[in-house]
Design a protein around this ligand. Structure first.
Ligand code: SF4
Ligand code: SF4
Length: 311
């Protein structure tokens, strides 16, 4: 099947983060262990890069990817292999750290997006100054977008969001709001002011290139078709450290009722065509494997329950 979509691989090189957002999709507040990708997993990732076309966009992410002790070596190596790199940060590091990244990657830095977690920002005015410095010192070819999670919005927070949006407008930067989701449902209702660009789409049985032309790799080397796949047997692509890891050869039917992964939607990975037979067959396998996956990911399940109870 031919696809005009952009290809991408997201590599979560660390679970460590400078923040502890209450709504974190990785439940950092409740997760005891926040690990880094090991040297072995990073070498396996380099091998994967040697076997794919250079038109994949590589996103190095976390947690906060910069916290990985080998962060600068990793981005340098990916650049030397000829790939464009995407990064995302909560802007909690000194401006010099970001400038070091700009100097190291230059035009190989395709995107550098910023997420704003208002509750965690210690000094909001200093952060705004840093944001302007960030925008002015990034390479001219590097695109950027702002992501603003919406959690317990009150008047004080609205004023802060307005200040961020003023900067976005001043420099013509796109932004989107992220509504907090839990168990596939949005946690709160927001005013019309905060229109989210991301829509929940019904995707069961739709053919999707996620897993073939995109993948999400966790710090332990486990690779999946898309985010939220840990409890979906048919979305597991193997561990990049093992010989049985493989990207899918073609688009496959989605077994999720709806898609909450913004990136495959943005990158046109989801087709209109459906394959009900494959979707039902894979759903059957998912049901059989679910208890095993819950057991395998029991720490995540416990963290999610604790997070749910803490809201
Ligand atoms: S900044 Fe992102 S990764 Fe870190 S705790 Fe907040 S939501 Fe989670
Ligand atoms: S959940 Fe979304 S990205 Fe994942 S396989 Fe389904 S349609 Fe594709």
């Amino acid at each position: 099947m031919e696809n005009e979509a952009n290809k991408f691989i997201d590599f979560i090189i660390t679970q460590k983060c400078t923040y502890r957002c209450k709504y974190c999709s990785q439940s950092k507040n409740q997760t005891l262990e926040c690990n880094n990708a090991t040297k072995e997993t990073i070498q396996a990732f380099y091998k994967l890069l040697d076997n794919i076309e250079k038109d994949y966009e590589i996103t190095i992410t976390g947690g906060e990817a910069i916290l990985h002790p080998d962060f600068f070596e990793i981005i340098e190596e990916i650049k030397n292999k000829g790939f464009k790199i995407n990064l995302i940060s909560n802007l909690s590091f000194k401006i010099e750290t970001y400038q070091k990244i700009f100097n190291s990657l230059k035009e190989n830095l395709n995107r550098f997006d910023i997420s704003f977690h208002i509750d965690e920002i210690q000094n909001f005015n200093i952060m705004l100054e840093k944001l302007e410095e960030f925008i002015l010192s990034k390479p001219a070819t590097t695109k950027t977008s702002f992501f603003i999670p919406l959690y317990n919005i009150d008047t004080k927070k609205e004023l802060k969001i307005d200040k961020i949006l003023r900067i976005a407008k001043k420099y013509n930067i796109s932004y989107s709001f992220q509504k907090i989701r839990f168990l596939n449902n949005y946690k709160e209702q927001y005013s019309e002011k905060y229109v989210s660009h991301h829509t929940k789409r019904k995707t069961f049985a739709k053919l999707c290139f996620a897993g073939c032309e995109s993948a999400v790799i966790y710090e332990n080397g486990n690779a999946y078709r898309c985010y939220s796949s840990r409890f979906n047997h048919s979305n597991f692509l193997g561990n990049i450290n093992d010989v049985d890891f493989k990207l899918n050869d073609d688009a496959k039917a989605c077994t999720n009722c709806s898609c909450n992964c913004p990136k495959p939607q943005l990158y046109n990975q989801i087709c209109i065509e459906k394959d009900y037979l494959e979707a039902l067959k894979e759903t059957g396998k998912n049901i059989i494997n679910l208890p095993k996956l819950i057991l395998k990911n029991k720490e995540i399940v416990i963290a999610k329950i604790k997070q749910f109870l803490s809201f």
